[in-house]
Design a protein around this ligand. Structure first.
Ligand SMILES: Cc1cc2nc3c(=O)[nH]c(=O)nc-3n(C[C@H](O)[C@H](O)[C@H](O)COP(=O)(O)OP(=O)(O)OC[C@H]3O[C@@H](n4cnc5c(N)ncnc54)[C@H](O)[C@@H]3O)c2cc1C
Length: 389
């Protein structure tokens, strides 16, 4: 295990939790991926196994299926998983927070326990062909009727919709109101008549993305989350948790790679050009800055602060750290561009993932909001600077 830069608060309590989790992991190793099993299906099995041990939703109140502990406990579990190269806890924290903050009591009790258990798999239907960064410009419309809405429009880049049962959907419910007050959020069952989910193949061969066509889909009023017009604040809450550095296990994964680079730089000092040594140095600095920032954010979260626009700083630091790290690692280990699956020695265990991780790191400056948009948010909402022309 690596050092654990996020341990503070009550170290004894966290240490107990980490030890209990490591013991559980020893008895419940990552299951084998079945031949031809799609990655999301495999990860869903892992999700259910983690949930069976009580390791999902640690910071969600008990009455909604969680463990009623703090964000720090959930962070510690993500960190442990990252440190042993296991897939992280399922990335549902940001959806859970949206439901916790905006759902009615009845909705939280209906959806949260099933979401945490993996009984319902959710996807996020925000982006559209003409509305990504400019989400407020979305054109999907939910026309209100007495007891339901009919939804028409199209969503794009909806990750893993083909494996999901429910979609957290944004649609415009009032075309006359200003954009930020005219959007509402819904829990849309994807087997509803009028919904078509069409997967798209990405450059790295994954079929993560989907298009979602919504052709006069009926949604009950009871499936609207929050009040009519609450969709914008709900979306901002969702993305601010999505951009958060704490919940992902990325930090410990980056830490492992930084350590591997550092060891290699010492051992192969004579063969590595100076330029590459200095790139390794920069990776180390990026990682340290991110870890220090994550520590501060953890303290804020423990103090009760919600994620908020400062999450854009997390997102930028994670993106910079991740992209530089994988780019540098591929220069130091160029052979891993060509092969990798069959890592034979301990040192290279997990190395086969390097090229895939590198490819995916290119998307980090786009998903969850692009880097340019994060800078705009920091300028306007964190620093309070006036809008440029
Ligand atoms: C791996 C991955 C997974 C995703 N999963 C989902 C998902 O599950 N659900 C979902 O709803 N969406 C998802 N997305 C979509 C993602 O949220 C959008 O791609 C992102 O918000 C950018 O929108 P866009 O692609 O339409 O680009 P655009 O908004 O068209 O932007 C194009 C370029 O213009 C720049 N730009 C735009 N506006 C400004 C501005 N005001 N100032 C400066 N620069 C600007 C952008 O930074 C970008 O470089 C995913 C994307 C990726 C890559």
């Amino acid at each position: 295990m690596t050092d654990t830069p996020l341990d503070f608060g009550d170290p004894a309590d966290l240490d107990r939790l980490r030890r209990r989790f490591r013991a559980w992991l020893a008895d419940h190793p990552l299951p084998e991926r079945l031949p031809d099993e799609p990655v999301p299906v495999f990860l869903h099995r892992w999700h259910r196994l983690l949930h069976s041990g009580g390791w999902v939703g640690l910071d969600v109140p008990v009455q909604y299926g969680g463990q009623g502990l703090s964000a720090l406990h959930q962070v510690a579990i993500s960190d442990e998983l990252g440190a042993c190269r296991a897939p992280g806890v399922p990335r549902i924290g940001y959806l859970a927070h949206a439901l916790l903050e905006f759902g009615s009591e009845e909705q939280r009790r209906r959806w949260l326990p099933r979401m945490l258990a993996g009984d319902d798999v959710w996807c996020q239907g925000f982006s559209e062909p003409g509305a990504g960064s400019d989400l407020a410009g979305m054109s999907t419309v939910a026309t209100p009727h007495e007891d339901h809405y009919t939804v028409r429009g199209q969503k794009l880049w909806t990750s893993y919709a083909q494996y999901s049962g429910l979609c957290l959907l944004l649609a415009r419910t009032d075309r006359s109101a200003p954009a930020h007050r005219s959007i509402s959020a819904f829990a849309l069952p994807l087997d509803r008549p009028g919904v078509t989910v069409r997967p798209l193949r990405a450059a790295n061969g994954d079929d993560e993305f989907c298009e979602l066509f919504l052709d006069d889909v009926r949604i009950a009023r009871s499936e609207r989350i929050g009040a009519e017009g609450d969709g914008w604040p709900l979306a901002m809450t969702t993305v601010s948790y999505e951009r958060n550095a704490l919940d992902t296990g990325h930090l410990s994964k980056y830490g492992l790679l930084v350590e591997r680079l550092r060891r290699t730089a010492r051992e192969r000092r004579a063969d590595l050009p100076d330029g590459l040594l200095s790139e390794i140095g920069r990776c180390f600095v990026d990682y340290e800055v991110l870890a220090a920032h994550a520590r501060r954010r953890t303290a804020e979260r423990l103090g009760g602060q919600l994620a908020g626009p400062e999450s854009s700083i997390d997102k930028l630091l994670m993106t910079r750290t991740e992209q530089r790290l994988y780019e540098t690692a591929l220069k130091v280990f160029p052979e891993e561009q060509l092969r990798g699956e069959e890592a034979e020695d301990e040192e290279r265990a997990g190395a086969g993932e390097l090229f895939g991780d590198y490819l995916y790191s290119r998307a980090a400056s786009v998903y969850g909001g692009t880097s340019q948009i994060q800078r705009n948010i920091i300028a306007k909402r964190v620093l309070g600077l006036p809008s440029g022309n």
